[in-house]
Design a protein around this ligand. Structure first.
Ligand code: CIR
Length: 389
């Protein structure tokens, strides 16, 4: 079924009164309706106390509060349902976002985000789990947003274009050899649609953001494709997305079997770009500031592409893999990103879900330890299927 696509400006109209002010009664009614299908975290934490608090804020802040919830209000399948629009949202609306973040990241007590990039090479080696895992596509990324700019849901077209140009300057001078490919019409580095399609096919470039209603309804995908692009290193192991869900996604992709080597590569890229003078938005408690609260903390997501034909019964039972992965603190996705499907071999992108309250080093360890368990179950499922055959 073709997904219905609605952009933020249109979607938010349903929650305004005749004077253009936010109508919290309409918001509540929509959350009630959605609760019959699925309760997102945005829905769960929208309580009468929250409404009371938000009504004390200015009209502009009330509009921002609506913006934050738009992804959830416009999508039946939202599990989180909120996106921040500016770094300060995490403080201004902390009465709403703090419990939600704590719930998602399973934080009890006080936690302050710490960073630790001390990740061993030669330890988290996939062939130790299964000798067949010799050449695996391994990926790690960190999300970053630069201080002083709105987050993508609130950026204007001009801001998106200016931000991209600021990054192009950084890319030209930051010392790692590579090339920037822009999707912005008329940009000096603009690539053709065919070139973009080729980069998407190779899993380098992100998909057309206007095909995902979570991104359109929240404003993340607004002004597409202006201000969007990708920098790719000469050896094609390092890349930086500009203008996706976060202003920057700093990525390393390595074919091999040592998870630590991906971190090494990613850290080199991250510190390189940081030295070019960018100051990233950081929250005193939550760490790295990201558009989606799921990425707060380290902003780091590390994954491998693995095949799980037995657990998924030839890719037909994705849910089973997702459910098993979840028990081990992992998330299983299709190959094309967040809401995509798996193929007939049950190829899935597996990553630890936790980003906050863990360090960068712990994310890698959790991935490795989770994979040990997941491949054990895959092997077991294979044996059982053979016995039944
Ligand atoms: C949802 O609420 O289901 C979507 N907004 C997706 C949230 C999860 N992750 C993400 O955006 N990085």
């Amino acid at each position: 079924m073709e997904q219905q696509i609605v952009f933020k400006e249109e979607a938010r109209k349903a929650f305004l009164d005749g004077d253009g002010n936010v109508d919290f009664g309409k918001v509540q009614a929509r959350w009630n309706e959605l609760a019959k299908v699925k309760v997102s975290l945005g829905n769960k934490y929208f309580t009468p106390e929250v409404v009371e608090q938000v009504k004390k804020l200015s009209g502009a802040d009330q509009q921002r509060f609506l913006d934050i919830m738009m992804g959830g209000l416009a999508n039946d399948d939202s599990s989180v349902g909120v996106y921040a629009t500016r770094p300060e949202d995490y403080d201004v609306f902390s009465f709403y976002l703090q419990p939600l973040i704590r719930d998602y990241h399973k934080i009890e007590g006080e936690t302050k985000q710490e960073h630790d990039w001390n990740i061993p090479v030669d330890e988290y080696v996939l062939t130790k789990i299964d000798p067949k895992l010799e050449k695996v596509s391994m990926r790690a990324r960190v999300a970053r947003n630069v201080k002083g700019w709105n987050l993508p849901p609130l950026m204007s077209k001009e801001e998106r274009i200016n931000f991209e140009n600021k990054m192009v300057e950084a890319f030209e001078n930051f010392g790692i050899k590579g090339k920037y490919h822009s999707l912005t019409p008329g940009h000096k580095n603009q690539i053709t649609q065919e070139q973009a399609d080729e980069l998407i096919k190779r899993h380098f470039l992100f998909n057309d953001m206007t095909t995902d209603n979570h991104l359109t309804s929240s404003g993340v995908a607004s002004d597409w494709p202006f201000g969007r692009g990708i920098w790719i290193s000469e050896d094609e192991t390092k890349m930086i997305w500009v203008g996706e869900e976060d202003q920057l996604r700093i990525i390393s992709i390595v074919q091999g079997n040592d998870l630590g080597k991906v971190d090494q590569s990613l850290y080199q890229l991250l510190t390189g770009i940081e030295k070019s003078g960018l100051e990233f938005a950081e929250h005193p408690t939550y760490g790295v500031v990201t558009t989606c609260p799921t990425n707060m903390g380290t902003g780091k997501r590390q994954s491998i592409l693995g095949k799980f034909p037995n657990i998924t019964n030839g890719g037909k039972d994705e849910k089973k893999l997702k459910d098993i992965a979840r028990q081990f603190g992992l998330q299983a996705r299709g190959m094309g990103g967040e809401h995509s499907a798996m193929d007939h071999e049950g190829t899935a992108d597996i990553s630890p879900s936790a980003r906050f309250g863990v360090t960068e080093a712990v994310v890698t360890r959790r991935l490795y330890e989770g994979l040990i368990k997941l491949y054990e179950i895959e092997a077991q499922a294979g044996k059982e299927q053979q016995q039944q055959a």
